[in-house]
Design a protein around this ligand. Structure first.
Ligand code: AQP
Length: 327
């Protein structure tokens, strides 16, 4: 069976961009692939985190994975730092990655822009991501558009390793949705919706109360015209709202545009709020039904399964690179 790996950072509130761009796909994939889904807490540490909040976010994200419909009998769900092989392989891969390659990463440039200091971890983040993926001999990686460049680097590293040390890693392929892979901010629709944006109104979180969802959508930035049409260049705000409507209802985008043609922005926003509230209420109910003990049990069992696979790959890599194995 082909393997799938993906991770989400517990770096803040999980929003509909994470869900529509990546997590929603995971649920369908669990039926046909051997899936590993991870709470990538080590990645979250690349920018400063409040330790108490990080722990809360980690358990919350694991609960959300279950609440959206992942079945721990079908998938391996675990916390990245529970499997030490991720950090170990990341080091080995760092020794095979060029400084120039990491310097070209757009996410690093964006996240370090205007900052007086940035961690070395933020710079080497793509190597940790490559380790996450390559440890499981992953064939497919379902991610949002913003992770495409990191995936390309992962492929380059895997090929470089295989060329130098012999066939070892599966060279993974990204699975990026053709539509909805980049959900935009509600307050500035030229930027992507993001957990770390300082303005909480930029995003709708999966666990937002209905009244908050409605308020955020009604305040979403549009434009000074009145016409509803899909036009990313001139009307990114309206185009984003239409896209979210289409993704949550399963209606084709053309159908959605026709439905709202000739109506005001207020109607689009009101109806969108109802659709989003309806969908998120189901996830929120599932989430509330989970006990912390159950989530921890799933994560423990997941880590044991993941560790067995990861350790095997790591041993092979160490051996090929010339390290002496302890046993
Ligand atoms: N706006 C988005 N639209 C579509 N997909 C998105 N993803 C993130 N934002 C959008 C996808 O969600 C998955 C998990 O993301 P991540 O936790 O790895 O972090 P990120 O990509 O850096 O996204 P965030 O939410 O903006 O987090 P912060 O602010 O902490 O950096 C990935 O598959 C991502 O592509």
């Amino acid at each position: 069976m082909k393997k799938v790996f993906s991770g989400v950072q517990p770096s803040g509130d999980i929003h509909i961009g994470n869900y529509l761009g990546a997590m929603r796909q995971f649920v369908a994939l669990q039926e046909d692939y051997e899936c590993f889904f991870c709470v990538v807490d080590l990645h979250a540490l690349t920018v400063p985190q409040d330790p108490i909040k990080l722990k809360e976010n980690t358990i919350e994200l694991a609960g959300l994975y279950l609440a959206i419909g992942l079945d721990p009998k079908k998938v391996t769900l675990f916390i990245q730092s529970h499997v030490a092989a991720h950090a170990e392989l990341a080091w080995l891969l760092q020794c095979m990655t060029y400084f120039g390659e990491l310097s070209r990463m757009t996410q690093f440039k964006e996240k370090s822009k205007g900052k007086e200091t940035v961690s070395v971890g933020l710079f080497t983040y793509p190597d940790l991501m490559a380790a996450d993926i390559l440890l499981y001999n992953t064939h497919y990686v379902p991610v949002g558009e913003d992770q495409k460049q990191h995936l390309e680097l992962t492929r380059d590293i895997a090929q470089r390793f295989n060329n130098r040390f012999g066939e070892t890693f599966v060279v993974p392929e990204p699975m990026i949705l053709k539509f909805g892979a980049r959900i935009m901010s509600l307050t500035d629709p030229t930027k992507k919706m993001s957990k770390s944006d300082s303005d909480p109104n930029n995003r709708i979180n999966l666990l937002d109360e209905p009244s908050v969802i409605k308020k955020k959508i009604m305040r979403a930035v549009t434009d000074s015209e009145t016409e509803i049409r899909l036009d990313w260049e001139n009307k990114p705000g309206v185009s984003n709202l239409l896209t979210i409507y289409s993704l949550f209802t399963g209606m084709e985008i053309e159908e959605v545009v026709n439905k709202f043609k000739g109506q005001g922005y207020g109607t689009l926003k009101k109806e969108l709020a109802e659709v989003v509230i309806d969908k998120l209420t189901v996830i929120q109910k599932n989430y509330k039904d989970l006990s912390r003990d159950y989530v921890l049990k799933v994560l423990k069992e997941g880590a044991e399964r993941a560790q067995a696979v990861a350790e095997k790959t790591l041993r092979e890599v160490k051996e090929k690179m010339g390290l002496i194995l302890k046993d």
